[in-house]
Design a protein around this ligand. Sequence first.
Ligand code: SAM
Length: 405
Amino acid sequence: MPECRTCGGALTEVYDFGRQPLSDAFLEPDKLEGEFFYRLAVGMCGACTMVQLMEEVPRDKMFHEDYPYYSSGSEVMRKHFEHTARDFLDTELTGPDPFIVEIGSNDGVMLKAIADAGVKHLGVDPSGAVTERARSKGIRTRTAFFEESEALAVVAAEGNADVIFAANTICHIPYLDSIFRGVAALLKPNGIFVFEDPYLGDIVERASFDQIYDEHFYLFTARAVRNMARRFGLELVDVEHFGVHGGEVRYTIARQGAREPKPAVEELLAEEDARGLAQLSTLEEFGLRVTAIKDDLVTLLTKLRDEGKRVVAYGATAKSATVANLCGLGPDLVEFVCDITPQKQNRVTPGSHIPVRGPEAFRDPYPDYALLFAWNHADEILAKEQEFRRNGGKWILYVPDVHTV
Ligand code: SAM
């Protein structure tokens, strides 16, 4: 029986997405040989309720010198993190010698406002090019994987932290035991560990199955996070639900007894119970919806191709690897994907080998349909690309079901 990566309990598989590539490994078109594949499947622990991948991809294959995701690419996310930084500056970083550490600081999108305010900070992120970008903006950054040994090195060199923050990163890290031991060592006695990640409740509600890929090892709920924290003498003291990235929860964790848990924690736990988020049957039902979406999307794209319509995709996101490879999409159904990230352009998508072009290709001329892979930035993109619809173009969305707008 497979074991839970966090507590060793029995893990039950609920959905198999099949053979999948590394979601961020965009390939040079003449170098497709030897592409890495693994089996993407998701399961739930019967003991601690943690939902997680059944197979782990070695971390160096995902996070390295050429990791191509730059957090500052989205205006909405820049504002979200600026707001987060201001909030920390006003509340937690007001003492005599404040210090904040960010795990997965990427290009410094959150720490920029902290650095500009002259407050002591440190980013820890293993991906070389993105951390170099952060350093070029004056943000103190270590290029390293955060884990227990790294946390102890930070304590020795810099002292303990008031705040440890992480966004869209903790769910990427299978070795959560080492993370939590490191956090427990690095935090000041009244410090807080705040992290936000895609929320299982939203994923189930919207059937947003493309949130499941190699980098998203865990799909958290408040209950699973609370169970995890308790094993390390820590306590879940607050939760906050946001709409960004298709629905995320921000968890605030403190040392056991250090802070009074806010009522929002019990409220979310009760809501999760009412929705059956810790029940296998809920995830099995989700799996049936995934299969229906897959069938509907393939049917629609095949029909459009047979009618001679031009279909391109918008946003060469990591999450699109799951939908493209689950549905067997290729250049025969989707002409190309446009994306603003120079590091992805003139390459092909992982596994599905659809060419990636710059945003100018989208308008030259506009296609009949655009498959919105970056649906989590739909408001921002639809506002930016109004001309497409004025020209008769239609967006194809596939969560919570396949539809056009
Ligand atoms: N925090 C940014 C945001 O929300 O936009 C970046 C999120 S990005 C999806 C995930 C980041 O986590 C990457 O920059 C990756 O290099 C980093 N990462 C992965 N494993 C890590 C670890 N063990 N310690 C620190 N960072 C890690």
